[in-house]
Design a protein around this ligand. Structure first.
Ligand code: NAP
Length: 239
């Protein structure tokens, strides 16, 4: 096992995930670049290495059990300290509940929720061997029922799939925190803010580097840090 801290970031080939990988790499960590496309993965790994990051590629489609199992096998040789579940999709807009295609919702949940569960459970045996395991689940303030019911315009478009998928992810993360209480594993949710990426056709006003900051903060929490909590750069986000 390596003396260096080893992290896996899912969906690290672009957007916020890429910048999370770059930021953790800048700390001197070894970073696994989880990505489903070989070409996009290798391009990202090369770019990170050119920036001085100790990066390696991890073939990973979070919706595919065999892919997730293989990724865990690849990481077993190195060990794993930190898992950042970043990969997600919106499913495409518009997605008003009165006309939404249930099949699309299924795909979004499979990626944004079941994908996190699949990857987390596959990686847990490795994380349990770490001295300071951390799990960071990238959520969104659009998953906040408090904000969604508060009549604010800070909650994105009407969304029957993406926003509820983040609410579901928040709820599942709390259950992980309950089960893992008493272990040294800290598991938290981060909201990156509204970031210009492919996910929103670059309509966000924050940079991916700014969006990555909360994940890097949660990935580097001290042993007495919080668990089962939901943060953005400004502090706790309402459930
Ligand atoms: N951008 C925002 O304003 C914003 C706001 C709140 C929360 N977030 C959250 O932040 C995280 C990153 O979003 P982003 O804006 O950086 O999005 P993005 O630029 O669209 O990147 C999403 C990443 O997830 C990957 N991905 C999607 N499905 C996957 C699958 N089945 N298996 C493996 N990887 C998969 C994509 O890979 P491909 O290149 O292969 O598609 C890509 O690398 C997400 O969890 C998102 O919900 C974003």
């Amino acid at each position: 096992m390596s003396e260096k801290t080893i992290a896996l970031v899912t969906g690290a080939n672009k957007g916020i995930g890429y910048e999370i990988a770059a930021g953790l790499g800048a700390l001197g960590w070894t970073v696994g670049v989880g990505a489903r496309s070989a070409e996009r993965r290798e391009t990202a790994v090369e770019k990170l290495r050119a920036a001085g990051v100790d990066a390696f590629g991890v073939p990973l489609d979070v919706t595919d059990d065999a892919s997730v199992t293989a990724a865990a096998g690849l990481l077993a040789e190195r060990g794993l300290d930190v898992l950042v579940n970043n990969a997600a999709i919106t499913g495409g807009m518009p997605q008003e509940p009165t006309v939404v295609d249930p099949a699309m919702i299924r795909t979004v949940i499979d990626t944004n929720v079941l994908g996190v569960i699949r990857v987390t459970n596959a990686m847990l045996p490795l994380l349990r061997r770490s001295a300071a395991p951390r799990i960071v689940n990238m959520s969104s303030s659009v998953g906040s029922l408090t904000l969604q019911s508060g009549n604010t315009d800070a909650t994105g478009p009407v969304s029957a799939a993406y926003a509820p998928s983040k609410t579901f992810l928040n709820a599942v993360t709390l259950q992980y925190a309950k089960e893992l209480a008493g272990t040294n594993i800290l598991i938290n949710l981060g909201c990156p803010g509204y970031v210009a990426t492919d996910l929103n056709h670059f309509s966000g006003y924050r940079t991916p580097t700014q969006g990555a900051a909360i994940a890097i903060h949660l990935a580097t929490l001290p042993d007495d840090g919080p668990t089962g909590a939901f943060f953005d750069d400004a502090g706790p986000v309402a459930w």
